[in-house]
Design a protein around this ligand. Structure first.
Ligand code: TYD
Length: 214
């Protein structure tokens, strides 16, 4: 720990495919940098060399991972990411903005994949000491618009998980909403409709308590 430096804040972006998380993570990073904060922007699965190698395996349609192997691999990737990038950055007083974190495993593997929340949280405790973001920004978009946007972005080249059936993605969306309902203090639910700047303005408003905190 850097002497005298307050721990940084950890903000995660979550949502289904095509919700606009990556764009919003970038816009937020720019806005916070402009306020003089030291920002690290990263993503999951990935963020470190080891986790990016696991990402390539996880998203490659050549492999037929089931929800249990997915949960283990995502937890392993996250463990490396937390140990080598996220925790050191927070300890050095930086703000970490992460495109997806453990709530993705809870929604995709735990919810849509059916392995259950308790097992995902156990893996997270083993792998990453149960670390949770200070704020999780859930960008919500209804199914039709999300599918259109994902298709405009990916065409026929959706990755192994993005390319799953519409029912799977609808279960993901429902589980995210449930998780946010269960932990209203940790989640900010943001409507993903309108322009990127509209959504960004909603996110900045949701961040006010964190920015004003000592
Ligand atoms: P990515 O290209 O980052 O998707 P997106 O742009 O939609 O965020 O690919 C990540 C994929 O992995 C995405 O389909 C969600 C999935 N995923 C899980 O299933 N579990 C997880 O824990 C994480 C982090 C991602």
């Amino acid at each position: 720990m850097t002497a005298g430096k307050a721990r940084g804040r950890f903000i995660a972006f979550e949502g289904g495919e095509g919700a606009g998380k990556s764009t919003q993570a970038r816009l937020l990073a720019e806005a916070l940098q402009a306020r003089g904060l030291d920002i690290v922007i990263t993503r999951e699965p990935g963020g470190t060399a080891g986790a990016e190698a696991l990402r390539a395996l996880l998203l490659d349609p050549a492999y037929d991972w089931g929800p249990k192997s997915e949960a283990l691999l995502f937890a392993a990737a996250r463990s490396d990411h937390v140990e080598h990038l996220i925790e050191p950055a927070l300890a050095a007083g930086k703000w970490v903005i992460c495109d997806r974190f453990v709530d993705s495993s809870r929604a995709y593997q735990g919810g849509a994949g059916g392995i259950g929340d308790a097992d995902v949280l156990t893996l997270h405790r083993i792998g990453s000491g149960g670390l949770l973001p200070d704020l999780t920004i859930l960008i919500e978009l209804h199914a039709g618009e999300a599918a259109l946007r994902a298709r405009a972005r990916d065409g026929d080249a959706a990755d192994r998980i993005g390319g799953k059936h519409a029912d799977y993605h609808s279960a993901v969306r429902d589980r995210f909403a449930l998780l946010a309902d269960q932990s209203p203090d940790r989640f900010a639910r943001i409507a993903g409709t309108g322009s990127a700047q509209d959504v960004h303005a909603r996110i900045m408003a949701a961040l006010t308590p964190l920015l004003d905190a000592p």
